[in-house]
Each structure stands twice: as structure tokens, then as C-alpha cells.
Design a protein. Structure first.
Length: 339
């Protein structure tokens, strides 16, 4: 059994605690929470776990092999670093860190010490994204030419990060997982309406080689919740609507056929439309966090690399950092090679 120490029992921590507690591979040995009311709740819900407000004390406890970090982003670097130095494997919430320099330092430390870092990019473990990944790998979509996502709702205004750091890691990790490559440049614009300098609405534009573009709209100030992810391929296109209770993924056999013009209309290009069937594939069932926790156990036991490892976390953070830089310069194009 893998002994788990969870730090952070706020909004997301309880979901992690529930999943780790329910799996036979783990023992939820300790919970560290600095807020006394939340710590009392953790004690009440998990009476067999040692609950403490002292993180260093938890790292020193016997029987803890891995640390799960569910605290605000600004704390991820220090808490992950301390866990790695104490010889623990780590599952840290998204986004991995605030800066790419921090992410690189943690990756180096984990590699030197032979420790595993996994970043909780939860969506990668959903049946929907697993199915889309399978379709992309099988070449069903042809060449992917664009990705377009809307992730908006009346969200919790965070005090330490903007909406890009809060919501875009989902879109960026899905995109990175599907494309397996980084963009070359990023542009972002956004605005703050809460009387501080923290953007609550933003638009990200990612530019890849081969004329592939990706566009993400993230917003905490929308009256409706939308989770709409569109992938355009030269053969087929996918609409992933996470708000649908079933048939979240729809594969459209639609597209264009480009024909060269005849002599009279020299240089003119004709576009014909191709409209075939729509298929909604059956998706694997299961809570993403549970699937992820099972995968993490396998990585800890066999010392293999997690799907969402530190390098995936770094790829996401590099784009966040580029977007942050762009947003502060009114949408300037930021080359990813500079990050
Ligand atoms: N994967 C997902 O889908 C998902 C969803 C929501 C949040 N998150 C991520 O989870 C993390 C936490 O978000 P949240 O919404 O739960 O935040 P939160 O503020 O609700 O909870 C964080 C908790 O950590 C505690 N804490 C902070 N520093 C601590 C320390 N040094 N020692 C002990 N306790 C400490 C706080 O008291 C608080 O209770 C963030 O990184 C966020 O991005 C991920």
C-alpha cells in the first residue's frame, strides 16, 4: 500500500481525499490543512488519517510515500520542493507552478532524486479525452488544423491567479496531450472587472507550425456555463461538449474538398462541401480522478512516467507564462522559445 499525505483540504482537496481513500492501493495516512475549520472537517471525515497544520511534521511522519498537493498555485513550488527533498513522490494540482523556471527546477530535482512528479491535469483521464486521443492517434481526423475552446461560467474569483492560470490549464493540457507538441507563439488579451489587476476574462491564441492554430476563451464572468471544445481536422471534426450528460463527444464526417479552377477561372480555387454521418462514440465510464489516482499508483509502484508528468506540467506553464507576458503588453506576440 502507498501511504498518502494530502496537503490542502479546501475546495478540491476533499475530492482527492475521497478517491485516494476509496482505492485499495492507498492508505490516506495524513492530511495537512492550515485552516483550523477545514482541518476539523478533515478529521471528522477521515478519522483514521493523522490531521496536522504542520507540513514539515507531515513530511516527517512514518508511512508516507507520496504527497498530494491541493493548495493554491502560489504554494505549489515550495511544497513540491520540500516533498521531493524529503524523498516523496508527488501529485501536484494544476497548474504545476507559476513560472517555467520553478517547473524546470522541480523536474531537475525529481530526476536527480529518482522521484516521480505527476500534475493533476484531470481532463486527460476522462473517458471523453481518452476517446478523442484514440481517434487522433488512429488518424481519423486527418491533419488537425485548428482547436477552438470556450470554457466559461460564473466562476470563483481567485485572489492569487487570473482566469488563465485557473481555467486554461485544462484546455492547454488536452491540446498538448492530443498534439504532442508545443506552440511556437502565444498572444493573449484580457480584462479585469473586479477592481484588481487579476484578469477574469481572457482570449488566448496559440500559433503552431504547419498553419495549425488554437484559440481559447476563458471567463469567470459568464451567466452560463459552457465547456465546448472543437477540433477541426482535414478528414473529420470533433465537438466535445462536456456539459452534455451523455454523447459528450461527437465526430462529424464533414469538411471541404478543394478543387483547382479550370482554365477560364485560372488561379481560382473551388471549395466543395462534404457532409457525412455524425457518430457519438461510447465513452469509457469512471470518475477521472479515480482513473488518475489508479494511474499514479501504477507509476509509483513500477517507477514509470505519468501521462501528465512534470514535463507536461512545464509545457502548460510555459504557455501560461507567455500568455501572461502577452496580456500585460496588450496582446503582443510572444515566442515560446523565449520562455
Ligand atoms: N484539477 C481540477 O479540476 C481542479 C479543480 C479545482 C481546483 N484545482 C486546483 O487545486 C488547487 C487548490 O484549489 P482550491 O480551489 O481547492 O483552493 P482552496 O483555496 O479552496 O483550498 C486550498 C486549501 O489549502 C490550504 N492551504 C494553503 N496553503 C497551505 C499550507 N501551506 N499547508 C496546509 N494547508 C494549506 C488552505 O487553507 C485551503 O483550505 C489549485 O491549484 C487549483 O488550481 C484543480
Amino acid at each position: 500500500m502507498i501511504g498518502i499525505g494530502l496537503v490542502g483540504f479546501g475546495y478540491w482537496g476533499p475530492n482527492l481525499a475521497r478517491n485516494f481513500q476509496s482505492l485499495p492501493q492507498y492508505q490516506l495516512a495524513a492530511i495537512c490543512e492550515m485552516n483550523p475549520e477545514r482541518a476539523a472537517l478533515a478529521s471528522q471525515n477521515y478519522p483514521t488519517a493523522a490531521v496536522t497544520t504542520d507540513y514539515a511534521a507531515m513530511l516527517d511522519m512514518d508511512g508516507i510515500d507520496a504527497i498530494v498537493i491541493a493548495t493554491p498555485v502560489s504554494t505549489h513550488f515550495e511544497l513540491t520542493r520540500a516533498a521531493l527533498l524529503a524523498g516523496k513522490d508527488v501529485l501536484v494540482e494544476k497548474p504545476f507552478t507559476r513560472t517555467s523556471a520553478e517547473a524546470r527546477e522541480l523536474i531537475d530535482l525529481a530526476e536527480t532524486r529518482g522521484r516521480i512528479i505527476a500534475v493533476d491535469h484531470t481532463f486527460l483521464y476522462t473517458g471523453a479525452v481518452q476517446t478523442i486521443k484514440r481517434l487522433v492517434e488512429a488518424g481519423e481526423l486527418g491533419k488537425i488544423v485548428y482547436i477552438d475552446s470556450v470554457r466559461i461560467n460564473l466562476g470563483l474569483f481567485q485572489s492569487d491567479v487570473n482566469v488563465i492560470y485557473d481555467l486554461a490549464p485544462h484546455d492547454l493540457s488536452i491540446t498538448q496531450h492530443l498534439l504532442e507538441r508545443d506552440p511556437v507563439a502565444v498572444q493573449a488579451v484580457g480584462a479585469s472587472h473586479a477592481g484588481n489587476d487579476i484578469e477574469n476574462i481572457a482570449y488566448l491564441h496559440l500559433e503552431y507550425e504547419d498553419n495549425l492554430i488554437a484559440h481559447f476563451h476563458v471567463n469567470w464572468l459568464s451567466p452560463v456555463k459552457v465547456r465546448h471544445f472543437l477540433i477541426g481536422g482535414t478528414s473529420k471534426m470533433i465537438v466535445y461538449d462536456d456539459m452534455q450528460p451523455s454523447e459528450k463527444v461527437k465526430v462529424y464526417d464533414k469538411g471541404i474538398v478543394i478543387k483547382e479552377g479550370d482554365v477560364e477561372s485560372l488561379y481560382r480555387v473551388y471549395v466543395d462541401y462534404r457532409t457525412g454521418d455524425m457518430v457519438a462514440p461510447k465513452l469509457p465510464f469512471g470518475e477521472a480522478l479515480r482513473v488518475e489516482a489508479e494511474h499514479f499508483a501504477e507509476c509509483v509502484e513500477t517507477r514509470c512516467r505519468p501521462i501528465s508528468d512534470g514535463h507536461m506540467g512545464l509545457s502548460v506553464v510555459r504557455v501560461l507564462e507567455a500568455a501572461q507576458r502577452s496580456i500585460k503588453h496588450h496582446g503582443d506576440r510572444v515566442e515560446l522559445s523565449s520562455i
